[in-house]
Structure formats: structure tokens, C-alpha cells
Design a binder for this molecule. Structure first.
Ligand SMILES: *[C@@H]1O[C@H](CO)[C@@H](O)[C@H](O)[C@H]1NC(C)=O
Ligand SMILES: *[C@@H]1O[C@H](CO)[C@@H](O)[C@H](O)[C@H]1NC(C)=O
Ligand SMILES: *[C@@H]1O[C@H](CO)[C@@H](O)[C@H](O)[C@H]1NC(C)=O
Ligand SMILES: *[C@@H]1O[C@H](CO)[C@@H](O)[C@H](O)[C@H]1NC(C)=O
Ligand SMILES: *[C@@H]1O[C@H](CO)[C@@H](O)[C@H](O)[C@H]1NC(C)=O
Length: 319
């Protein structure tokens, strides 16, 4: 027990040092991977997809994006990982343990933990399903419970200590005011992590700090924003990207100026984390062939994502 504890402390000390590295080189051409997931009806468009808003969200903050394909050999993930500067796990509706998406996320997550432990900065962000996926990856089990929180925009309720987190300590005061008093965070989930399940699970409570909570329509509390204590890993149960890019009139997305500014704050934060990663594509030609600009999204005016990029398992690329 005592030996285990001191080992844990050593790891924390090393990663905390790397999290706060001052004067580290800045990578001004960050490339972020976005995880693909299986389509429910592959014959329609392709085997896998990623909603367009996640791509635009990252691009609007100064990153380029490459797809993180699923069902590929481990060697592909090793090569890909060492050429990109972070990964976003997007929203969706795939299985959090058995899907190809979940299996791929586990590989990326393990590579990221190992890299960060070695001082090789590598951020991961999870949004909605991606947030839920992070809780499964860290705890090794699914301890989510049901919520009534589809199509509801809320202000965040910050948790004690949020003001010392990396994600929120530099919030401009107008963004703080919008986040805490206006309906600027769109929720679209039927599952979530309760504060009780979080605190009863040591793996989760030692790893993540709760930055905010919210209540669903039935007044049931869920965790809405998290940050790993010792790793550049972040999650929101809500959707910053929707304020910017979801125009489906059937959804209560806030497109006001302050909601857009809130979304942009989080996009900027994630990309600034990616700029701390020094990974680079092995060759420029492959970089140019891999970025999202090579693909055409399909526009769907009334879908939940307003469009997707589709890919097939057999698509290979140069990585
Ligand atoms: C995936 O393969 C199917 C069947 O060949 C094809 O109809 C579809 O257009 C492909 N999708 C993409 C994104 O290439
Ligand atoms: C964060 O808030 C707590 C409680 O209000 C306060 O004691 C602490 O000084 C604040 N930390 C910073 C860095 O502002
Ligand atoms: C925010 O949304 C909630 C739930 O839909 C609603 O009750 C509340 O009046 C809204 N608040 C503002 C400031 O719009
Ligand atoms: C999570 O919470 C639910 C509802 O309170 C409970 O039934 C379940 O046992 C909890 N799971 C774990 C692993 O704590
Ligand atoms: C979303 O909420 C709004 C306002 O409550 C409602 O008018 C709309 O029908 C809802 N959309 C869906 C898809 O449930």
C-alpha cells in the first residue's frame, strides 16, 4: 500500500511538472485527430462517420484535423499517434466498450497516458459520448446512469476549486458570466455520471477533478465538466461545438453572441493544448493527404449534426 502510494506520487510529480512546462516550444501547426465511430446503417454512406461540427470547431481555432480510423492494426495507431498533437472523442451513439470506436479510443488513451508520463505532452478531449467514454476508459467499467437531458441548454454550476483548474482558471470575466448565468451549454444525452458514482469510484475520483455539475429535467445531478489532475485530459458532457455549428431549428441551441464566445473559448483552449505537442507528420506529402480537406462532408439540414464525413473500413490513406 505504502509503496503503491509513493509510486503514484512520483508519477504525479513528473506529469505535473510537464503539464506546467514553461517556455516549452510552441507548435503553430497543430493537427488534431478526431475519432471515427460506426454508422448504424453502413450501406447508406459508409462504415464509419464523424459529425462535421467537430471538424469545423477545431479548424475554427487554428488546427487541422485528421480522422482516427477504427479497426486498424496497432502499428497504424502507433504511427498516427506520433504524428498528431491531440485527439478529440466526439459525441454520438456508439457502444462505449464493445464498439470499434471504443477499442480504438482505448489504444489512443493508453498511448496518451504513456506519452504524458514520459513528458511528451498529448491532450485528449471528450465531448458528450466522448466524455462518457473517458469515464469508461479511466475506470475500466461503465458506471453511467440514465438522465433526462436531451435538447436542453443550461448554465454551468461550477464546483469548488474550478477556479484553479487549467481549463477554467483563465476564464475572461464575460465568459464566466455567460457560462454561469445564461443557457449556453447544450446537453444532448440520456446517460451521465452522477457525483455519487464518481466519488465512490477511486479510479475516477483520483484521476479527474469535477469542474461543474448540472441537473437534468428530473432534478437529477450529473457531472458536466471534468479535467484530469495530472494529465491534459478534459471532458464536457455538454456540446460547445453546437453553439457554433448546429442549426437544426428543432434543437434549443443558443446562437447568441455570448454563447458563441463561450464555445470559442473552449475551442481555443483545446487547440492551445495541442500546440504544446511537438509530434509532426513524418512527411509533408502524407500530411497533405491525411487532413480533412481531402474529404467532403454530407450536409443534412435537419440531422442532429447538420452533416457528417463518412469513411469505409477499407479506406487506407498513407499513415
Ligand atoms: C463505402 O463503400 C460503399 C460500398 O462500396 C460505397 O457505396 C460508399 O460510397 C463508400 N463510402 C465512402 C465514404 O467511401
Ligand atoms: C479559488 O476560489 C477559492 C474559493 O473562493 C479561493 O479561496 C481561492 O483563492 C481561489 N483561487 C484562485 C487562484 O483565485
Ligand atoms: C434556461 O433554460 C431553462 C430550462 O429550459 C429555463 O427554465 C430557463 O428559464 C432558461 N433561462 C434563461 C436565462 O434563459
Ligand atoms: C451508479 O449509480 C447507480 C444509481 O445510483 C447505482 O445503481 C449503481 O450501482 C452505481 N454504480 C456503481 C458502480 O457505483
Ligand atoms: C427541443 O426543445 C424545444 C424547446 O423545449 C422544443 O420546442 C423542441 O421540440 C425540442 N426538440 C426536440 C427534437 O425534442
Amino acid at each position: 500500500m505504502a509503496g503503491g502510494t509513493s509510486l503514484f506520487l512520483v508519477t504525479v510529480a513528473i506529469t505535473t511538472a510537464s503539464l506546467n512546462t514553461l517556455g516549452a516550444a510552441v507548435n503553430e501547426r497543430p493537427i488534431v485527430g478526431v475519432l471515427l465511430q460506426e454508422t448504424s446503417n453502413p450501406s447508406l454512406h459508409g462504415d464509419t462517420y464523424v459529425p462535421t461540427p467537430y471538424i469545423k470547431y477545431l479548424e475554427s481555432a487554428g488546427a487541422r484535423v485528421v480522422p482516427v480510423r477504427v479497426k486498424k492494426p496497432y502499428s497504424y495507431y502507433k504511427r498516427l499517434f506520433s504524428q498528431i498533437n491531440g485527439v478529440l472523442f466526439p459525441g454520438g451513439g456508439d457502444d462505449l466498450i464493445r464498439s470499434e470506436m471504443a477499442k480504438t479510443a482505448k489504444i489512443i488513451y493508453k498511448l496518451a497516458i504513456k506519452a504524458n508520463d514520459a513528458g511528451d505532452y498529448f491532450p485528449i478531449w471528450g465531448t458528450c459520448q466522448g466524455f462518457e467514454l473517458l469515464t469508461v476508459l479511466t475506470s475500466g467499467e461503465n458506471i453511467l446512469t440514465n438522465y433526462d437531458a436531451e435538447n436542453i441548454s443550461l448554465p454551468l454550476v461550477f464546483s469548488p476549486g474550478y477556479n484553479e483548474s487549467r481549463l477554467l482558471r483563465n476564464l475572461p470575466s464575460d465568459v464566466y458570466t455567460s457560462l454561469t448565468t445564461e443557457n449556453v451549454t447544450l446537453n444532448a444525452h440520456q446517460w451521465g455520471l452522477s457525483p455519487k458514482n464518481y466519488s465512490e469510484n477511486q479510479k475516477l475520483s483520483k484521476f479527474y477533478q469535477i469542474l461543474s455539475t448540472n441537473k437534468d429535467r428530473k432534478d437529477k445531478e450529473f457531472i458536466s465538466t471534468i479535467e484530469a489532475y495530472s494529465y491534459p485530459i478534459y471532458g464536457t458532457q455538454w456540446h460547445p461545438e453546437k453553439n457554433l455549428f448546429i442549426w437544426n431549428p428543432k434543437l434549443v441551441v443558443n446562437h447568441g453572441k455570448s454563447a458563441v464566445r463561450v464555445a470559442q473559448y473552449f475551442a481555443d483552449f483545446l487547440v492551445s493544448e495541442a500546440r504544446k505537442s511537438q509530434h509532426k507528420f513524418f512527411n509533408k506529402k502524407c500530411e497533405a493527404h491525411s487532413v480533412m480537406e481531402n474529404y467532403q462532408p454530407e450536409y443534412q439540414a435537419d440531422g442532429s449534426y447538420n452533416g457528417n464525413y463518412y469513411f469505409n473500413y477499407t479506406d487506407s490513406g498513407c499513415i
